[in-house]
Design a protein around this ligand. Sequence first.
Ligand SMILES: Nc1ncnc2c1ncn2[C@@H]1O[C@H](COP(=O)(O)OP(=O)(O)OP(=O)(O)O)[C@@H](O)[C@H]1O
Length: 304
Amino acid sequence: MADHILVLEDIVKAYDRHLAVDRVSFAVPRGSIFGLLGPNGAGKTSLIRIITTITQADEGQVWLDGQRLHSRHPEQIGYMPEERGLYKKMKVGDHLLYLARLKGLSKTEAKARLTSWMEKFGIVDWWGKKVEELSKGMQQKIQFIATVVHEPKLLILDEPFSGLDPVNANLIKDEIYQLREQGMSIIFSTHRMEQVEEVCERIVLINKGRNILEGKVSEVKDRFKENRFRIDYKGELPEGLLSQVKVVGQSAGQITVEVSEDAQANALLRELLDKGVYVQAFNEILPTLNQIFIQQVNPAETYG
Ligand SMILES: Nc1ncnc2c1ncn2[C@@H]1O[C@H](COP(=O)(O)OP(=O)(O)OP(=O)(O)O)[C@@H](O)[C@H]1O
């Protein structure tokens, strides 16, 4: 448990007769970026609401930083929900101060930290503006600052890049990496699988309230690989070269093969080189997280 900032054990949550979370367990390694994934209605928000003590689990245990979850723990968590709730009529600076004070910061400390964040984002002149004067993306930057200003141990970000242009998305992404470098642990919830591949080290996939897949992103991709390799080459392929492998795709200068074991791929590459074929690229085709997500959540669908 020492290596984990958050541990969930056998969490159950039902609303009336609907079982939203069904014995979910997982652990978030300290100082990592962890993807909490699942289709709409899977139970992710229900789990986040339990972790942030907004609601309570019917059964199971949550441990934060080695302690059973208790009422002071929210001060150590920063949660940016997908529904961004800022008071439209309030001025940005007052609003941020109010939220930072709620998280236990003194007024002086809050002001110093907020000013430093606003300087970092180049938005000091927004301090006196009303929230309603800001665009959706601008409000999101404010929400991000409000979420991290008290330097929580655990940061939970629900679709943090939605509504942000690529420049601002990168700005926030860089800040997330920096916070991780400083030791913060981050749970990242999104439906955008390419973002997960880019930023997350581990994932858990929730479907219909259950944990159906968990692990390091690289291991998960490896688990679902189909031993396929794509070879880009120049010139002609010698006769009989591919008799040992299954060819599953072929076009000018490119061939895709399926091997029965890894060693066969090495043997094929060696043979290509020995026969004087100019190999431009020899790549293993790993499934994308998007393909794995679709296949696991909806097994009737195939990919390839
Ligand atoms: N307060 C509630 N009362 C009744 N049912 C609820 C309540 N909150 C969630 N549910 C139900 O519990 C299930 C899980 O919902 P939850 O919001 O946790 O899913 P989610 O994975 O966050 O989905 P999304 O990706 O769409 O945000 C859904 O079937 C939802 O309808």
